[in-house]
Every structure is written in structure tokens, then in C-alpha cells.
Design a protein around this ligand. Sequence first.
Ligand code: HEC
Length: 177
Amino acid sequence: MDSFEFNKQAGSVLATLLFVMALGIFSDVLYNSPVPKIPGYALPSATEAAAAPSAEKAVPLPELLAKADAKKGADDAKVCSACHNFEKGAGVKIGPPLYGVVGRAKGSYAGFAYSDGLKKKGGNWELADINTFITNPKAYVEGTKMAYPGQADAGKRADILAYLNTLADSPAPLPTK
Ligand code: HEC
């Protein structure tokens, strides 16, 4: 084999190697799948865990209220006090005052400019209504002015409701059904 022939053959071997490498890179790009954060496959239990909050919702409110702690609720309601007054006789803050709100007609505090959605709502603020409202304000009152994302923990909501229920001259007993 003369050196020219050898070069030709070596050249074609090299070219083949290069082609195979390029193919490898190209197919990597084609079939590139992101490395999962958690190795392994997503098992059905993950979706069951996601469904858990609705199972929690199944606990009726009166049962939660029976176990509720108004003192803890006062603590959890501190986020509300950024926008609401709780003391008797205290006026509007960013939101209407909440003393006496349980049983009060919705959107009825004179001197507060409620959203149209809340003005149209109708009925009184029973604990069950407030519960739904503070779970997800936007879902309960269309276009609400209450810029509060909601409290997802049903137990904490029950504590807050038990606390709100104390904010009255003669608090009504917590509903048992
Ligand atoms: C960022 C401010 C803000 C926070 C935080 C907030 N609210 Fe409100 N809230 C408002 C505003 C504003 C309104 C009036 C809503 C409307 O007109 O749609 C309102 C309305 C209400 C009403 C209806 C009162 C009525 O007179 O009809 C209740 C009940 C209420 N809030 C309870 C709560 C509770 C309980 C919390 C805490 C878990 C809370 N809010 C947190 C601003 C807030």
C-alpha cells in the first residue's frame, strides 16, 4: 500500500468516525429529554396527594368549628388586620371593619365603597359564607376588592371564624350543623 492509498483509507476511516460522532450529537438533540428533578417515574400516589385537600374539605364546617380555637384564630387573623379593624367602633381601613360582621348583611357597612360583586351578593355573612369567601375571595365574589389570596388550611379558617364570632356584643353560639 503506498502512502497515498494509506492516507485515503485513513481519511475515510476518520470521516466515518466524524459522521458517527455528528450523528450521536444530532440524535442527542433530537431525543433530548430533560433530566427529571426527582429520579424515577411519577406514581399514582402523587395525584392522590394532590387530591388530598378536597378530602379535607369533606370535613363539615360545624365539626371543624367544634374543634376551633378562637385564640389561635386571633393570631391567624393578624394578616386580616392589615386591612380590617376588629375593635368595636373602629372604622374603615382598606376593607370594612369586621366587628359584628358575623350575621351582618353582605356589603352593608355604610361608608365603605364595596365592589359591585359584593354589593350584588345578597344575604348575611354566616360563618359558612365567610369560610367560602376567605378560602378563595375571587372565586366567591366576582371582581372583589379584597386582595387576599385565601387561606387553604380548613383548620386555620375555622380558628379565624371562631375568633370573628367573638367580635360581637353578644356572640351567637357556633353553629352545630
Ligand atoms: C389586602 C387587604 C385585605 C386583607 C388582607 C383581608 N381583607 Fe377582607 N376585605 C378587604 C376589602 C377591600 C374588602 C371589600 C371587598 C369588596 O368590596 O369586594 C373586604 C371584605 C371582607 C369581608 C366582607 C365584609 C362586609 O362588610 O361585607 C369579610 C367578611 C372579610 N373581608 C374578611 C376578611 C378576613 C377574615 C381576612 C383574613 C383572613 C381578610 N378579610 C383579609 C381587604 C382585605
